[in-house]
Design a protein around this ligand. Structure first.
Ligand SMILES: [Fe+2]
Length: 208
């Protein structure tokens, strides 16, 4: 489904194709998927983190979230075997040792998923950064994607983000949180045994 922005460009006769990771699977977008916008690596990246599809666990009352997606190339073909590194602040906004950092490999269909908690917000100077999850996606023969994924309706996004070099105003990186479907619940049950009430979909797109 083209976005309203795409439709406006089409009406004006300007060739334009836009893919919005997280709001569309990309399947059927033969005109090409746009490379995911990059974002600041930040000071908390650590290489060689544990291989796991769960992270940031605290208590049963925490605000857990299922993150799922597919890694695509610019032709909207899945990038199987891509390595995905994720890291984030914990619910209090702190980056603690290895508790909130993992890596995993996308499957043969480029798909990945993991369970984490809703990241807490932390201050830069006087102002809060928007809640976010950091990503570094790598695959043989592709340029790495280093970015951050944000959440819609966060008042700290964009011009309100105190991180001047960050990209929290980029629509492709701002995702809606939804309730899990029956299929999501089956996938979640393979990872954890406690309730997860939030789902976010993020589809990174890589170029050669
Ligand atoms: Fe961060």
């Amino acid at each position: 489904m083209p976005s309203p922005i795409v439709c406006l460009f089409l009406l004006l006769g300007i060739a334009c194709a836009q893919f919005v990771p997280g709001t569309d699977t990309g399947n059927g977008h033969q005109d090409g998927c746009s490379v995911t916008p990059g974002d600041d690596l930040g000071p908390y990246y650590v290489p060689n983190t544990p291989v796991s599809r769960t992270m940031c666990f605290g208590t049963a009352e925490d605000d857990y979230m299922f993150v799922k997606g597919t890694v695509y190339d610019v032709h909207c073909h899945p990038v199987h075997g891509a390595n995905v590194e994720v890291w984030q602040a914990d619910k209090t906004g702190l980056y603690f040792d290895d508790r909130c950092r993992v890596q995993f490999t996308a499957d043969q269909q480029g798909a990945f998923s993991f369970v984490t908690t809703m990241p807490g917000k932390y201050k830069l100077g006087y102002y809060y950064r928007p809640a976010h999850i950091h990503y570094r996606v790598t695959a043989h023969g592709y340029r790495e994607v280093v970015t951050q994924q944000y959440f819609s309706h966060d008042p700290s996004l964009g011009v309100n983000d105190p991180c001047g070099e960050c990209n929290s105003g980029s629509a492709e990186l701002i995702l809606d949180v939804r309730a899990p479907t029956a299929d999501d619940l089956l996938q979640i049950a393979q990872l954890v045994s406690f309730p997860v009430n939030k789902v976010v979909e993020f589809n990174p797109v890589m170029s050669h």
